[in-house]
Ligand binder design. Structure first.
Ligand code: DMJ
Length: 459
C-alpha cells in the first residue's frame, strides 16, 4: 500500500533556503503547463550556452564563459552531446539541428589527452548513441564507435577490469586504482548498445567481463568494497556503500541484465542487493537509509549519505524491491523538505550537513521519475515538481543553471553547469510532466546519465 502522506511529511526547515512556498504544495498542479515551463527553461539555457559557450564542454552560467571538463585543455562540446535526446524529446528541433551541425563539423576524438573512461563512456558514448537513436544521424554512431575504440586499450589488464584513464591517441592507459562505479558501472549499457548497433561484440563483452570480474571479488557476505587495484584484483579499502564511488555498479548490473538477458548479471545484482539489504539497511532514524559498513564483517562505519545515493530507491523498485524503494525514498523526501537544494553530504542521524555544496545534482529527480515509471503514483510527480521549482528558484543564474557552493546561502553559485544537467533532470522533469508522445513510457531504458537507449518513438 502506497503511503500518500510521504510527500507531505514535513521536517522543520533549518536553513536560510526555504522551499518554494505555497505553490509547491498545490494538490492539483497543471502538469502540462509545468512541462511547458521546463521546455522554456531548456530553450532559454540553450540560447545562453549558444551565445556564451558554444562548443565548450560546459557553460559558466554566472560569468558567461565556457570551460573544458573531460580532457584538460581540450573541448568536446560535452553539453551539446549530453543535450541531444533531451532536445529531441522536447521537440526543440531547431536547437537539435544546430547541435548536430556542430558535432558533425567540429567534434573529433583524435585528441592527445587522457580521457577518464567512465565519464567519457556515460556522457559522450551514451550521449552520441541516444542522439543517434533519436535522429538516425549516422555520424553520431560513427563518433561513438570511434571514441569507444580509442578507449578499449584501458580494458587490457590482467583482470579485464579497466584502468581509469586512457590516452585517446596513443592508447596508453594509467591509474590502476579504481572504483566499482568506474570499473563496472560506467560501461555496460553503453557498450552493449554499441555492440548491438555495430555488430561488434567486443565492446559489450569487455564491459560484462569487467562487471563480473568485480563481482567475483565480493566478500563472503556479498558486499564489495569501494576501491580496487585493477591490475591485481586486490581491494585497497574496506568500505561498502551504495553511494559513490560504488553507486552505478549496482545500477549497471541490473541494467545490463535487462538489456542482454545474461542471467549472470541478474544473479550478481540479486546477490549484491541481498547483501546490501542484510548489512547496510539502517532504520535507527525511523526511515530506511543505507549505512557505510565494513565489506567483510558488516560492522557499521557511519550513516553519512551522499546526495548521489538518492538514485538508489528507484533502482530498488526497478530491481523488484518496490517496498524497500518506497521506504528509502521517504527519507530523501524529508531531506528535500528540509533543504530545498540537497547538500552533497549529510548525516540523517542528526540531519547535520557534511558537505554544503551541490553540483546541480539530478539524483532525487531520477529516483522520482524511475519510481513513477514503475507505479505511476502521482506523489512522485509532486516530488519532481518540488525539485524543479526549487532548482528554478535557487539555481538559476544570469546565463543558465548553476551548482551551489553552499545550499544554506542564497545566491552562492559555483558558476558551473555540469553536462549532465542537459541530459538528466531536464529530461526527467519533461518526461514525468509532459506525457511526451516521442517516448514509450512502458518499454524504455535510460542510462545512469539519463541517455535514452530504448523507448524513443520515431515517426
Ligand atoms: C552523473 O554523471 C551520473 O548520474 C552518474 O551516474 C553519477 N553522477 C552524475 C550526476 O550527479
Amino acid at each position: 500500500m502506497i503511503d500518500r502522506r510521504l510527500f507531505l511529511a514535513s521536517a522543520a526547515a533549518s536553513t536560510a533556503l526555504a522551499a518554494t512556498p505555497g505553490e509547491s504544495r498545490d494538490p492539483t498542479p497543471d502538469w502540462q503547463s509545468l512541462a511547458r515551463d521546463v521546455r522554456a527553461e531548456m530553450a532559454w539555457a540553450w540560447a545562453e550556452y549558444r551565445r556564451y559557450a558554444w562548443g565548450q564542454d560546459e557553460i559558466r552560467p554566472v560569468s558567461g564563459s565556457g570551460q573544458s571538463f573531460l580532457i584538460p585543455g581540450q573541448t568536446v562540446g560535452l553539453s551539446i552531446v549530453e543535450a541531444l535526446d533531451t532536445l529531441w524529446l522536447m521537440g526543440l528541433d531547431a536547437e537539435l539541428e544546430d547541435g548536430i551541425r556542430w558535432i558533425t563539423s567540429s567534434l573529433r576524438f583524435d585528441l592527445d589527452g587522457d580521457a577518464q573512461v567512465f565519464e567519457a563512456t556515460i556522457r559522450l558514448v551514451g550521449g552520441l548513441l541516444s542522439g543517434h537513436l533519436a535522429t538516425g544521424e549516422a555520424k553520431l554512431l560513427e563518433l561513438a564507435h570511434d571514441l569507444a575504440s580509442r578507449m578499449m586499450p584501458a580494458f587490457d589488464t590482467p583482470t579485464g577490469m579497466p584502468m581509469r584513464y586512457v590516452n585517446l591517441v596513443t592508447g596508453k592507459a594509467r591509474d590502476p586504482l579504481s572504483f566499482p562505479a568506474e570499473i563496472g558501472g560506467g560501461m555496460g549499457p553503453e557498450l552493449v548498445t554499441l555492440s548491438t548497433l555495430t555488430g561488434e561484440k567486443r565492446f559489450g563483452e569487455a564491459a560484462i567481463k569487467a562487471m563480473l570480474a568485480l563481482y567475483e571479488r565480493r566478500s563472503r557476505i556479498g558486499l564489495i568494497a569501494d576501491t580496487m587495484d585493477v591490475t591485481t584484483g586486490a581491494w585497497a579499502t574496506r568500505r561498502a556503500t551504495v553511494g559513490p564511488p560504488t553507486d552505478s555498479y549496482f545500477e549497471y548490473l541490473w541494467d545490463s541484465w535487462v538489456l542482454t538477458g545474461d542471467k549472470r548479471l541478474r544473479d550478481a545484482y540479486r546477490t549484491c542487493t541481498a547483501g546490501i539489504l542484510a548489512h547496510l539497511a539502517d532504520r535507527t532514524t525511523g526511515d530506511l537509509w543505507f549505512a557505510n559498513v565494513d565489506f567483510e564483517t558488516g560492522e557499521r562505519l557511519n550513516l553519512r549519505q551522499s546526495e548521489l545515493s538518492a538514485f538508489y530507491p528507484g533502482l530498488l523498485a526497478e530491481g523488484g524491491e518496490h517496498g524497500a524503494g518506497m521506504a528509502a525514498m521517504r527519507g530523501w523526501v524529508k531531506a528535500q523538505e528540509r533543504w530545498p537544494v540537497l547538500p552533497e553530504a549529510f548525516d540523517p542521524s542528526d540531519w547535520s550537513i557534511r558537505a554544503k555544496s551541490n553540483a546541480l545534482r539530478p539524483e532525487l529527480a531520477d529516483a522520482a521519475f524511475t519510481l513513477w515509471l514503475h507505479d505511476q503514483d502521482e506523489q512522485w510527480r509532486h516530488v519532481a515538481r518540488a525539485h524543479f521549482l526549487n532548482m528554478k528558484r535557487f539555481n538559476k543564474a544570469p546565463h543558465g543553471y548553476s551548482g551551489l557552493t553552499d545550499v544554506t546561502t542564497p545566491g552562492a553559485f559555483d558558476d558551473a553547469c555540469p553536462g549532465y544537467w542537459w541530459s538528466e533532470q531536464m529530461k526527467y522533469y519533461w518526461l514525468i510532466f509532459s506525457d511526451c508522445p516521442r517516448f514509450d513510457y512502458r518499454h524504455n531504458y535510460l542510462s545512469t546519465e539519463g541517455n535514452v537507449l530504448k523507448g524513443l518513438k520515431r515517426g
